[in-house]
Design a protein. Structure first.
Length: 262
């Protein structure tokens, strides 16, 4: 037993939604840097192409782009079909695409719920269902296929910001991940979620600009997350080291969810 084999993902085929920017980009780089073939998908085709060019310059794994607008069900179907044309199996699905909406309670619009829950929860199920045949082809008892759902500590704790739909969607995602773990574990497919704290991303940019010192002061480790933190967690879950983890929600937040405020 050695660490290189234990955490090896070389040659695995990975799909990362929202993989061109933010946390998704960090995850994509972690896989490519360790020899995996990564498909990146988001609605921003230019960002996908730019990320793919940067990742392929690493020279270890490979990166490919299949743009899709996850608000549109037909785009999700086209993504699954295109992936099936290019690959006969999928070892790892990382459901990372997400959106947020903040507004005061008395002004919070109904449309925000539709938008946020569609992307953060509904389409996660749709895509997972569509690519399950590819995951099954990659799966075995000793090396199951993996689903990694990128959740949030705001789906575990009550956030200070008024992001009602986001918090509810991530709590739902964590539980749906457990439900999938039970159902798909029988097919040698594991399902786990990462409840992420603050990382550098487009979604977090405005919040970090205004409240970074306050946020970091509330984290026992005193810092926000780095690319290595989230990429490392995904590599663990996708390798032999994490093959017996199923139905877990791993908090990746430096301890902020457990920090006492008084």
């Amino acid at each position: 037993m050695n660490s290189q084999n234990l955490f090896d993902v070389k040659g695995k085929v990975v799909l990362v939604t929202g993989g061109a920017k933010g946390i998704g980009r960090m995850i994509s780089e972690g896989f490519v840097a360790n020899g995996a073939t990564v498909y990146i998908s988001s609605r921003d085709a230019k960002a996908c192409d730019a990320a793919v060019n940067e990742l392929n310059a690493l020279g270890k794994g490979k990166a490919h782009s299949i743009p899709a607008n996850f608000y549109k069900e037909e785009d999700v179907k086209k993504l699954a079909e295109e992936l099936g044309k290019r690959e006969d199996k999928l070892h790892v699905l990382v459901n990372n695409s997400g959106s947020n909406w903040g507004a005061p309670y008395n002004e919070y619009p109904s449309s925000a719920w539709t938008r946020v829950l569609t992307l953060n929860l509904h389409r996660v199920f749709d895509l997972t269902q569509l690519v399950t045949p590819l995951l099954e082809k990659a799966a075995s008892a000793g090396d199951p296929a993996r689903i990694i759902n990128i959740g949030s500590i705001d789906g575990i704790r009550v956030p200070a910001l008024e992001t009602f739909a986001y918090s509810a969607s991530k709590a739902g995602l964590h539980h749906m991940s457990r439900v999938l773990a039970n159902h798909l574990g029988k097919r040698n497919i594991t399902s786990n979620s990462l409840a992420c704290g603050p990382f550098e991303s487009k979604m977090m940019a405005a919040t970090l600009e205004s409240y970074r010192e306050t946020i970091e002061a509330g984290i026992p480790l005193g810092r926000i997350g780095t690319p290595e933190d989230v990429a490392g967690a995904c590599l663990f879950l996708s390798s032999r080291a994490g093959s017996y983890v199923n139905g877990a929600t791993i908090t990746l937040d430096g301890g902020s969810a457990i920090a006492a405020k008084l």
